[in-house]
Design a protein around this ligand. Structure first.
Ligand code: GDP
Length: 443
């Protein structure tokens, strides 16, 4: 899927290759390609306009980074914007603090709503959340049977009152049953029509009012392209949705729907359906989807490389700071957090030649020391972080920090003197006078 979009985007940044920086004039072709690519992928026109404007603003405002070509930088901006539009992070299904959590499924007929109901129930069961599925589609008796069959397959009970009962009443009683039986989550499958229809909307609104769901999920067929935008808008205005499930992403879909749904409703896509089987449900990850939209292989590697180089440029700035002794506690904290993001300190240190002989105890000790430092730095004011010398001359500041972090004043004194020693050492390194590195924060 998404091949068309990826190809068009590739054309877009090829035009930027060979330029030395992004400018108002050289970016226009690339932007036009992005625009055309998105329109061809059936992204809604308004969504495309907003997207392209945002990319343009960001691209023109982007700082030039040494070593990163404009086309790489442009890809990264498009990639990041795609991620942003689609919602940055995966948002899991709601879990109410009362039971049951009520999930209402909404959507047109044939989008995969009933299948998604069972997929979701199986997903929750795997998380050890018990489920009850409720069949309210009385207009299509086959829909009730379909849910019962799926329920048997995944060993999840189905509540139904046949096809003569009132859907609102079925939903109400279904939730009552779940409550009485202490079920964790009740998922209500509702009737869909081939097109948006007043009666369907009114019934859905009535069910919603009656069961007060914690989650109202719009099931969107990713093959519907442009239509997905109108559908999302109508359901969101009339019913109010809290999330969406994008189905049939395993097929030949053009991916435009993924972009439109979030932009229009503000509600996150929570899952994607990737096949007809009940197991074929995956959490939605915006960054993965953005990478898919941009295409795999070469292009993705390029984005990663651009990312790496951008991080490197940041690291270079940091190095300059260190060597010129402008390094302060804020920088120190930033470095510590970077280390933490990369995994345990022990794991990293062991990769450094000559350091792999440290015992686990020594490494653990180092990690504890770092945590202490972080707690103390967190208790400092901005001014103190930027000017560590302030602390050397003020016992009352050191006491305040010690109290805030839950340590002794002597601990803070030691941090400050260690820090100053380190900074001097770094400065000497910068001037080529460095001879040997005494133990840092040895405790
Ligand atoms: P409903 O009318 O919205 O309840 O739709 P159904 O759940 O009955 O699904 C309609 C058709 O789409 C069925 O043939 C499903 O097997 C198929 N379907 C549902 N989800 C997916 C999916 O993620 N991928 C594929 N390939 N087919 C799906």
């Amino acid at each position: 899927m998404f091949e068309a979009l990826a190809d068009r985007l590739e054309g877009a940044w090829k035009k930027l290759r060979g330029q030395d920086k992004i400018s108002q004039s050289n970016i226009q072709d690339a932007l036009r390609e992005v625009r055309r690519a998105l329109l061809e992928a059936d992204v809604n026109l308004q969504v495309v306009k907003d997207f392209v404007t945002e990319v343009e603003t960001k691209a023109l405002g982007a700082e030039v980074i040494a070593g990163v070509r404009p086309d790489q930088q442009f890809i990264k901006i498009v990639h990041d914007e795609l991620v942003q539009v689609m919602g940055e992070e995966n948002v899991p299904l709601a879990q109410a603090d009362h039971s049951p959590t009520v999930v209402l499924m909404a959507g047109l007929q044939g989008t995969g709503k009933t299948t998604a109901t069972a997929k979701l129930a199986l997903h929750l069961r795997k998380l050890e959340r018990s489920c009850l599925m409720v069949a309210t589609d009385v207009y299509r008796p086959a829909a009730i049977d379909q849910l019962i069959t799926l329920g048997k397959q995944i060993d999840v009970p189905v509540f139904e009152l046949g096809s003569d009962a009132d859907p609102v009443e079925i939903a109400r009683q279904g939730v009552e049953r779940a409550k009485a039986e202490g079920v964790d989550t009740v998922i209500i499958d509702t009737a869909g029509r081939l097109q948006i229809d007043q009666d369907m909307m009114a019934e859905l609104a009535q069910i919603k009012k009656t069961v007060q769901p914690d989650e109202t999920l719009l099931v969107v067929d990713s093959m519907t392209g442009q239509e997905a935008a109108n559908l999302t808008r109508t359901f969101h205005e009339k019913i109010g949705i809290t999330g969406a499930i994008l189905t049939k992403l395993d097929g030949d879909s053009r991916g435009g729907a993924a972009l439109s749904v979030r932009h229009i409703s503000g509600a996150p896509i929570k899952f994607v359906g990737v096949g007809e089987k009940v197991e074929a449900l995956q959490p939605f990850y915006p960054d993965r989807m953005a990478s898919r939209i941009l295409g795999m292989g070469d292009v993705l590697t390029l984005v990663e490389k651009a990312q790496e180089e951008i991080d490197l440029a940041d690291a270079e700035k940091m190095q300059e700071k260190i060597l010129s002794a402008n390094f302060d506690f804020t920088d120190f904290l930033k470095q510590m957090r970077l280390l933490k993001n990369m995994g345990s300190l022990g794991g990293i240190i062991k990769l450094i030649p000559g350091m792999n002989k440290l015992t686990d105890d020594q490494l653990k000790h180092g990690e504890t020391q770092l945590k202490r430092c972080e707690a103390m730095i967190n208790s400092m004011t901005r001014q103190e972080r930027q000017n560590p010398d302030l602390l050397a001359s003020s016992p009352s500041r050191r006491r305040r920090i010690a109290n805030g972090a839950g340590y002794k004043e002597t601990d803070v004194s030691k941090l400050v003197s260690d820090f100053q020693r380190m900074r001097n050492m770094m400065q000497q390194m910068g001037q080529g006078q460095f001879a040997g590195m005494p133990g840092m924060f040895g405790g």
